[in-house]
Design a binder for this molecule. Sequence first.
Ligand SMILES: *Cc1c(COP(=O)(O)O)cnc(C)c1O
Length: 358
Amino acid sequence: MTDGTTPRLRSSLEGVPSYKPGRAASSQAGAPAYKISSNENPYPPLPSVLEVVRAEAESFNRYPDMFATGLMAAIAARFDVPESHIATGTGSVGVLQQVVQATAADGDEVIYAWRSFEAYPIIVQISGATSVKVPLTSGERHDLDAMLAAISDKTRLILLCSPNNPTGTAIRRDELERFLDAVPRDILVVIDEAYREFVRDPDVPDALDVYRDRPNVAVLRTFSKAYGLAGLRVGFAVAHDPVAAALRKTAVPFGVSSVAQRAATASLQAEDELLERVEALVKERSRVYDALRDQGWTLPASEANFVWLRLGDRTTEFAAACEQAGVVVRPFDGEGARVTIGETPANDIFLQVAAGFA
Ligand SMILES: *Cc1c(COP(=O)(O)O)cnc(C)c1O
């Protein structure tokens, strides 16, 4: 649309939903305020990682290593994949943008479950492609049969979010294998495993095992959640050639800063320590889940670092009550609230509020 007085912008930008970041915490009436709205890691940076970041900060007048050589080697060694199968990006959201840019444009279709990660519709719409949203099952899980049925000649990409943000459910091995067997080989399937480190269900596969003999499967991982580097923006994809090469091509040049590269590499070196923290959060997740069940809630078991309460039209009221009590959660108006497993006192405040809504 243009009347000749303003620059012409691509029509696909019209109506793009804006990403709603989790609200920041604010103190009210002296009560401690906690942000449990963005699935962040509540632990502060590890001293060993902080030290590397401080040292690297001395040289930020220089561009970063465009090929993230050290980080690529560390990822390859840790996950036992060839370096040629890795592409890094500015968070896995950045990598996702690279994926969409490499696969889909005007007239193409991208299938994903809904509700799922809110970045998906934004990135797809900006590309000019069309989102095909397949509703979750009544159990808040991916409906893989319906997703298969949604495949058309125009499908170029399928996004699977496992565990799913915001419902916490994860796709099991058998259903995933069956699904992948049925998807045409010329359609890329991306498994977004932003919360992989929090998975404890043994029937949920590690997508890095699944991708190995499937050239049309790519895996997204991030350093933002379990590794606690959300503010540094670094994530990666693992995929076969030529997909991985295409994801490196579509990356923003020098996108991942040297601080982020070094911090991610140091985090892989300190992985044992970080995974102990993840284990503590998983225990806390069980405690919160059990308490909610005892209060009378029905909710899906979560394999991630958050829980999902389907509150329907009470969602806004619930979020306001949480805020009043000192915790900020993430409401999806009319649907439900996603609540991150945070510091124990934050989780306790959330549970107190939840008790009043059960
Ligand atoms: C948090 C999250 C990401 C990670 O985002 P980054 O850009 O790596 O910080 C990716 N996918 C899902 C589903 C998420 O919830």
